[in-house]
Design a protein around this ligand. Structure first.
Ligand SMILES: *Cc1c(COP(=O)(O)O)cnc(C)c1O
Length: 495
C-alpha cells in the first residue's frame, strides 16, 4: 500500500515519502504525517529472529513506499555499519529488573545517531528520485546532541552541506568540543547568544522565508532539515522500539501479545512519538511514560491538557531535554484531534502568538496511554548514584531522568509491567555531571580526567568518539547574536 504524507496544518498537500524527507517541513509550517500509520505485515515472532538491519527494513519499507527495496536496503546498510561499536546496534541491557535500551553506540555516543546515520542517505536518495540538482543545505538548531550527530552524518556527503546553530552557553563542554572540532569541508558550526528555543525559532523562520528560498535557488541551493521534525528521522526511530520488543520476545522475557511500558527521556517529543507510532503499528504497549527534567512543560500538559511555554527556561544537567517547545508534539496533537488539520493549525497559531493552547476533553481522553513524569536535579543525581551503588551500571543524566521518573511511577502505581527505558546517551558524554552525582570527591576535576575516572569506576572502555576529541583542533569559532542568524547563513552561502 502506498503511503502519502500531508501537513498537520492543512488538507490537500499530499506528497510522497521522498518529497516529505526532502522538504523537512511543509510549506504551511506544519509537519508531515503519514495519511495512515501502517501495520507491521510480518509476525512479531518472525521479526524476533531478525538482525537490527533486517528489522529496520521491515519497518521502513512500510513508511517509505516510494523507495525501491534496493534503495532502502542500501541506505540501511550504509547507516548501521561499523560506525556502531556493537553489532546489535541497540543492545537491550537488564539492570535491577528493568530493561535499558542503549541507543548510544553510534558515532557520537547519543541516540540521535540512530536516525542521523541514515538520514543523509535517505535524503540523497530522495534527491536523486526527484531529479533535484540543487545542493541540499542542512540547517539545524541543536541543544547539543543533534548538532554533532548531524555533522557526523553529513560531513563530506556529496551534494550536501550543513550549518549547525547551538546555544553558546547551553551545551556541555564535551558537546561543544565535539561540534567545534568537526571535520568536513561542507560543515559549519555557529554558536548563538540565545538559548535552544531561540536557535530553533531562528531556523524555523529561515525555513519559512520565501525570499531567502528564492535567493538560494538562484545560487543552486535549497534547505532541508535534519531536525527531529523530518519524517526521515522519525521513522528510523520507530525501528528500535520494534527491535526492543522483539528482543524481549526472543529472550523469553515476555510472552507473545504481552504489553510493555516504554519510558522515554523527552525534549522535542520525537523519540517518544516514535514509540507511539510503534504501538500504532501493532507493538503491544501498555504505558508510554514521558519523562521531563525541570523544564516540565510536557508533564504539566499531560496533567492539565494545557500546553504553556510561558515559564522560566531552566538550564539543567540534561541539556538535550532543556526545551520549552516540543515540536514533534504537533504530530500527536494532529492525531488526537482526529487528524483535523484546521484544529491543529489553530492550536499552533495560539502557541505562536500566546505561547499557550488548550486541548479538548475528547483529545485528552485519547492520550490515556501517556503518563507524564518529571525529575528535578537532585532526584536525577540520586538515581545515577543509586544505580551505580546497587548495580555498578553508570547512566547518563538524560537516562537518569527517565529512570528516576519510572521508579517513582512504579512505586506509586504498583505497575509491574515489564518496562523498557530508552537510554539516550553514553555517560561519557556527560562525565562531569555523572561523576559529580556518584561522589563529591570528583568535584573540580577537569572533563578528561573525569572520563578516565568514569572508565575505572564503570569498568567500561572509553568510547572512540571521546578519545578522538581529546587532541582534535578547534575548526569552528563563529558566534553570532540570535537576531543575526540569517545574516550569518547568507554570508556562509555567499548570497
Ligand atoms: C535529543 C535527546 C533527548 C530528547 O529526545 P527528543 O526526541 O527530543 O524528545 C533525550 N536525551 C538525549 C541524550 C538526547 O540527545
Amino acid at each position: 500500500m502506498e503511503i502519502k504524507y500531508q501537513s498537520t496544518r492543512s488538507e490537500g498537500t499530499e506528497v510522497t515519502a521522498s518529497q516529505a524527507i526532502l522538504k523537512g517541513l511543509a510549506d504551511d509550517g506544519g509537519l508531515f504525517v503519514p495519511k495512515t500509520i501502517p501495520a507491521l505485515d510480518v509476525p512479531l515472532a518472525e521479526i524476533a529472529k531478525m538482525s537490527y538491519q533486517e528489522t529496520a527494513y521491515e519497518v521502513m519499507k512500510l513508511f517509505f513506499t516510494d523507495f525501491t527495496e534496493e534503495e532502502l536496503k542500501n541506505c540501511i546498510r550504509r547507516a548501521y555499519d561499523s560506525k556502531f561499536d556493537t553489532q546489535e546496534i541497540a543492545p537491550l541491557v537488564e539492570k535491577d529488573g528493568t530493561y535499558y535500551l542503549e541507543l548510544f553506540h553510534g558515532a557520537t555516543i547519543a541516540f540521535k545517531d540512530m536516525a542521523l546515520s541514515i538520514l543523509p542517505h535517505l535524503l540523497t536518495t530522495s534527491a536523486r528520485k526527484n531529479h533535484i540538482s540543487n545542493e541540499i543545505v542542512i540547517l539545524t538548531a541543536t541543544s547539543g546532541d543533534t548538532g554533532k550527530a548531524a555533522l557526523a552524518g553529513f560531513a563530506d556527503v556529496e551534494g550536501t552541506s550543513i550549518i549547525v546553530f547551538y546555544p553558546k552557553n547551553g551545551v556541555s563542554a564535551i558537546q561543544e568540543r565535539q561540534m567545534v572540532t568537526q571535520k568536513g569541508a561542507n560543515t559549519k558550526v555557529v554558536g548563538i547568544t540565545g538559548n535552544f528555543d531561540d536557535a530553533q525559532s531562528g531556523v524555523k523562520a529561515m525555513f519559512n522565508n520565501k525570499d531567502l528560498a528564492k535567493a538560494m535557488d538562484a545560487k543552486g541551493y535549497q534547505f532541508s532539515s535534519a531536525n527531529s521534525i523530518n519524517i526521515g528521522r522519525l521513522v528510523p526511530q520507530v525501528v528500535y522500539y520494534v527491535y526492543a520488543y522483539t528482543r524481549l520476545l526472543a529472550d523469553g522475557a515476555i510472552q507473545e501479545g504481552e504489553a510493555v511500558n516504554f519510558v522515554v527521556p523527552t525534549g522535542n517529543f520525537g523519540n517518544i512519538l516514535a514509540a507511539f507510532y510503534a504501538k500504532n503499528m501493532g507493538i503491544p504497549v501498555a504505558k508510554l511514560i514521558c519523562a521531563s527534567n525541570e523544564n516540565k512543560v510536557l508533564f504539566d500538559f499531560f496533567e492539565t491538557g494545557i500546553y504553556d511555554k510561558n515559564r522560566e527556561f531552566i538550564l539543567t544537567s540534561s541539556p538535550s531535554m532543556d526545551i520549552l517547545i516540543s515540536s514533534n508534539l504537533e504530530r500527536l496533537i494532529y492525531k488526537i484531534a482526529g487528524e483535523d488539520a484546521g484544529a491543529t493549525a489553530d492550536m499552533m497559531a495560539a502557541l505562536a502568538s500566546t505561547g499557550k493552547y488548550t486541548i479538548t476533553e475528547d483529545m485528552k481522553a485519547q492520550m490515556k496511554d501517556f503518563i507524564g513524569g518529571w525529575a528535578d536535579e537532585e532526584q536525577t543525581a540520586a538515581e545515577i548514584k543509586r544505580m551505580y551503588e546497587t548495580t555498578r551500571y553508570v547512566m547518563d543524566t538524560h537516562t537518569a531522568v527517565a529512570s528516576a521518573v519510572y521508579h517513582d511511577y512504579k512505586q506509586k502505581s504498583g505497575d509491574t509491567t515489564k518496562t523498557v527505558i530508552a537510554s539516550t546517551a553514553s555517560p561519557y558524554k556527560f562525565g562531569t555531571s555523572v561523576m559529580g552525582a556518584i561522589s563529591d570527591t570528583y568535584k573540580g576535576m577537569d572533563d578528561f580526567a573525569l572520563i578516565d575516572e568514569l572508565s575505572k569506576v564503570s569498568g567500561t572502555g572509553i568510547p572512540q568518539a571521546v578519545e578522538e576529541i581529546r587532541s582534535a583542533p578547534v575548526l569552528h569559532d563563529t558566534v553570532c547574536e540570535t537576531a543575526d542568524m540569517q545574516k550569518t547563513v547568507e554570508e556562509i552561502l555567499g548570497l
